[in-house]
Design a protein around this ligand. Structure first.
Ligand code: ZN
Length: 102
């Protein structure tokens, strides 16, 4: 999986299509990511005790990596990622649009 925690991504489908957010968690095994502020699930919690207020709790649900597009921090465009092997055998991610290492 190419997308990592801390990346900015753009939603390509669903109700939040077109919105961008930061990856809070990457779940490589499930090929999913949790994006800040996107694909929110709202739970309404009823007051349990007297005098307590009901709450609406929002939390982001994991979305499939295939429905998000990486947004390059260097050129600001949505781009696919590639890999480059450095001389010291280190693998770095590469923006396919501006060729910058990300
Ligand atoms: Zn770029």
């Amino acid at each position: 999986m190419k997308i990592k925690k801390g990346d900015n991504v753009k939603m390509m489908g669903g109700k939040d299509r077109g919105k961008t957010g930061k990856v809070l968690r990457a779940l490589p095994r499930e090929e999913k990511v949790v994006v800040e502020g996107l694909n929110l699930l709202i739970r309404n919690r009823r007051p349990r005790r007297q005098g307590e207020k009901g709450q609406r709790i929002q939390f982001p649900r994991a979305v499939s990596v295939s429905s998000v597009l990486f947004v390059c921090t260097k050129c600001g465009r949505g781009a696919r990622l590639g890999y480059k092997i450095l001389d010291n055998q280190q693998k770095v991610r590469l923006c396919r649009k501006c060729k910058a290492e990300v």
